[in-house]
Design a protein around this ligand. Sequence first.
Ligand code: ADP
Ligand code: MG
Length: 278
Amino acid sequence: MARQGHLQIDRVSKQFRVSGAPLHVLDAVDLSVAPGEFLTIVGASGCGKSTLLRLIAGLDTAFQGNVILDGQRVTAPSLDRGLVFQEPRLFPWLTVAQNVALGLLNAGLGKAARDRAVSEHIVLVGLDGFQDAYPHQLSGGMAQRAAIARGLVNRPGVLLLDEPLGALDALTRARLQDELQRIWAAEGITMLLVTHDVEEAVYLGDRVVVMAPRPGRIAAVFDVPHPRPRDRSSPALAGLRDQVLAALEATTSGPPPTGMVHIASRPALAEQVFLPAE
Ligand SMILES: Nc1ncnc2c1ncn2[C@@H]1O[C@H](COP(=O)(O)OP(=O)(O)O)[C@@H](O)[C@H]1O
Ligand SMILES: [Mg+2]
């Protein structure tokens, strides 16, 4: 299998219909991702980040424009695009090894080759010794490592990660950021990572894409020219983080759409919930 991971997103627009009315979710998104690039994407909630990843994954083919991976138009899900979500989505009745092996379900490998690929990827994500554990025996970080192994086991050209570390505590998240970076370097894979954490986006990305909402579109793209390994606390990275944050804030700083209830005009939540009964 050609495994280059050159992704071209060519004027991709997408509408949903909600209660009979069209909802314009993505508007003419253009993006070229180089083989082996680590691209991070930030944007306000609801701006279409997950939708964009689903289109790239081939899970939704009702859109305008083209998604092209290594010269081939994406028209359906395929093993050359791995996907990792915020929740690990492991099957509770399967072991770590069996969950990871699901990533090879349609790969047509013999048992020996499959077992070897599964073991290699369990080691790659640092879960050596836990192949026979069940999901309930894993911490949140370990479960997410297993999900990453499942996304990688078929050696996809592109790994799509939708807020994969968003549910983890700060320390585990920092550790897994470094692990992701190590895996990315070891595998030479193209990675697209959606995150709500601007610091994470700047720390991990070769480029950071800032999306704007209503309709979802690309508002800015920042190069992160800093060599790796990066120092999280370096002034250069902090300066870039502030620029990305400012660009992100600018995407949502207009007046709220009419009809939206302004939360400050309502009684404080604490009063609503905890007011003692008379
Ligand atoms: N299947 C769907 N049907 C209708 N609307 C949807 C569907 N999926 C997402 N949307 C809407 O599209 C917009 C973008 O959603 P999403 O891509 O999940 O945003 P993000 O991941 O950036 O938070 C939201 O307004 C959401 O409500
Ligand atoms: Mg999302």
